[in-house]
Design a protein around this ligand. Sequence first.
Ligand code: PXG
Length: 298
Amino acid sequence: MIKIYIDGKWFDREQAKVSVFDHGLLYGDGVFEGIRAYNGRIFKLHEHVERLFGSAKAIMLDIGMSHEQMEKIIMQAVKNNNLKDAYIRVLVTRGFGDLGLDMRKCKKPTIVVIADRIELFPEFVYEQGIKLVTSSLRRTPHQCLSPNIKSLNYLNNILARAEAARAGAQEALLLNMEGYVAECSGDNIFYLKKGLVKTPPVWAGILPGVTRQTVIDLLRDQLKITVAEDLFTVPDLYQAEEVFVTGTGAEIIGVAEIDERKIKTGKPGKLTKDLTRLYREYASTNGTLVYETNSVLR
Ligand code: PXG
């Protein structure tokens, strides 16, 4: 069965391979996106493709096709696999080069699109919430590789996540170099206190999450709740009424505990639950339609 797109061709899972001389593998030199399809609709396709091209531009990587062409390939990847609900991973690496750092040796990028079944978090995660642990690692500052770029260099995040896992937590909380809360290893973070929701601003050193922006919009437009993009500290989170994380895979997950401090009752709060429901409704009805008629088999 045709499955995975690599540089204009479709490969079976086992045959989908890239060169060991690809700078994506040698140096993490590339960018990526994680996108979801709900019920035959790709959620926030334009936003993800926009961010992909923005990340590529920032690292001087010419993807060599238009946004529209990339969107078509992503849609085709979902179609070719007959998926309705899907997780889509798009990678653009610097491509095949030599063993040196010089990007000029890489003549064309490697483009990979994988559409797969989505591994959903079990429902109890949404019911019970997750534990966070403040990481000893800091989010890479703008002075280094900008955290605004979704690059293939994820080792900082992976090590932070491993540290959290060793402490029995599901996510790691990363601070910026100034000690303000930035985000989690693969999710953005929000909290509620006294009717006001806060999340760190993009300039604090975070990935501008597509889910983050969707949640900000839903809070403001649908729930009429004030959202401030503002700096805050870890104790602000300990003392919050509700804390939740957002991401393409996670959607909205409540935080039960941070560094062994229970958030209020230690269960996801009302706003978190309302948002999870609202977000799912929105995501399953608002994406780019993949199929002409929206009735396909999984
Ligand atoms: N921050 C970081 C550092 C991320 O990697 C998000 C926030 C949320 O962004 P979106 O656009 O998805 O709302 C991400 C998401 C995973 C996983 O398995 C998550 C991401 C990438 C790869 C894997 O949790 N990125």
